[in-house]
Design a protein around this ligand. Structure first.
Ligand code: GLY
Length: 395
């Protein structure tokens, strides 16, 4: 915290000396104003579609929605909670309640590793901001459902169901679902949740990471022996490449695991991943990663703005846990990313991008799905990054 304040003060002084750069405070307030305008309209649009939640725009530019079972269902409600936190406007509270309720039935979902994303972003933020007592039960039931996917002889939660290619696939993204388990441990005192989260994080550290601290996307295990069978990709350029969003899920996940456990090994892991990303020769100057760090057509390759949102939010948190030099570097990089995301290149004007906030996300390029589109999680983590910066400024 002290390091972050020093960085913010120094950044402030530097900005004052350089009149060309907009003060960060203004970047934050203007971006959140756009977010409120867009998501007010989105919430009104969603009223006529009961049980649906926004996902992206289709190739014709029309809103694409999903039922609550799709992994992104919690992000829109979560964003509305953040906008309520920012504005104090009851309208956003009402929207947030309504959209959060649409996700509730996922608490019984034992077929998805993404229950953490779905419930913690929606009900987790709702509990934090509205203190809604009934949300505790939803989150605990969800954590129990998620825990059923843990297999002790492997030491991981299973991501996707078994298929022709993979017996027990675990994706790096799954690190993001551990926060729900850590919350459940704190709430219930049941150490099973803690043990599952820590074991999953340790196994992932061992098997998903290469010596340079880039990560494979998918590691599939043998269900009998518990051993690694293959290390491959699903959404990246190649098995050996560094798919951008996977890298930043890992960064965010280990940062959270350090916050929740205070185990030094998770802090070290988060720092090494951050350093790999920040110093990567293919990281563009504005900090918005190409969709894959090894995409063959760099510098013409598409950027994935969602990866930048997630990374910025994670770096802001991580900068509060590390020594002064790293703290300054992480905060400066995150601020650079937020500035780029808040520029007209990425932040949507009123007449573009439907009612989504951030442009130019890449969902699944090899699958030709969600290529250069808005993504609801790109919006969510951008808003989160803005709120984290704002909170550090003591607003
Ligand atoms: N968890 C899926 C993705 O990042 O696309």
């Amino acid at each position: 915290m002290k390091n972050q304040l020093i960085v913010i003060t120094l950044t402030g002084l530097l900005l004052a000396a350089c009149s060309a750069e907009k003060p960060m405070e203004k970047v934050i307030s203007e971006s959140l104003a756009v977010a409120m305008q867009k998501y007010d309209l989105m919430a009104q649009e969603m009223k006529s579609m009961p049980d649906r939640l926004p996902r992206t725009l289709d190739t014709e530019g029309k809103l694409r929605t999903e039922g609550s079972g799709w992994w992104t269902s919690g992000f829109f409600p979560g964003s509305l909670w953040y906008l309520y936190e920012y504005s104090g406007d009851q309208k956003f509270r009402d929207y947030a309640y309504e959209m959060t309720a649409r996700v509730e039935k996922q608490k019984f979902n034992t077929k998805s590793h993404d229950v953490g994303f779905m419930l913690y972003c929606s009900f987790g933020n709702g509990l934090r901001l509205a203190g809604e007592e009934s949300y505790n039960e939803v989150l605990l039931t969800g954590a129990r459902s998620l825990s059923t996917r843990f297999r002790a002889n492997i030491g991981c939660l299973q991501s996707w169901e078994a298929n022709k290619k993979w017996q027990f696939p675990v994706i790096i993204d799954n690190m993001m679902n551990l926060e729900l388990l850590m919350w459940a441990f704190r709430k219930s005192g049941d150490s099973t949740f803690y043990d599952i989260a820590v074991t999953h994080a340790d196994t992932t550290m061992l098997n998903h990471y290469r010596p340079d601290f880039s990560s494979w996307h998918v590691v599939s295990y043998d269900t009998i022996s518990g051993k690694v069978m293959v290390k491959q990709t699903h959404q990246g350029y190649s098995d050996e490449s560094a798919w951008a969003r996977g890298q930043v899920w890992g960064l965010y996940g280990y940062t959270v695991m350090y916050r929740e456990t205070k185990l030094e090994r998770y802090l070290k892991q988060a720092e090494r991943v951050a350093d790999f990303l920040i110093n990567h020769p293919n990281m563009p100057a504005d900090g918005i990663p190409y969709w894959d760090f090894n995409a063959p057509d760099i510098p013409a390759a598409l950027r994935d703005a969602s990866a930048a949102s997630i990374m910025a939010s994670a770096l802001i948190e991580l900068s509060g846990y590390v020594e002064a030099g790293s703290s300054a570097a992480y905060m400066a990089f995150a601020e650079k990313q937020v500035r780029a995301l808040a520029s007209p290149e990425y932040l949507a004007a009123p007449e573009e991008n439907g009612n989504f906030i951030i442009k130019h996300g890449v969902g699944h390029l090899p699958g030709k799905s969600e290529v250069d589109v808005p993504l609801t999680y790109g919006d969510y983590y951008f808003i989160e990054a803005l709120m984290r910066l704002r909170n550090l400024q003591g607003k």
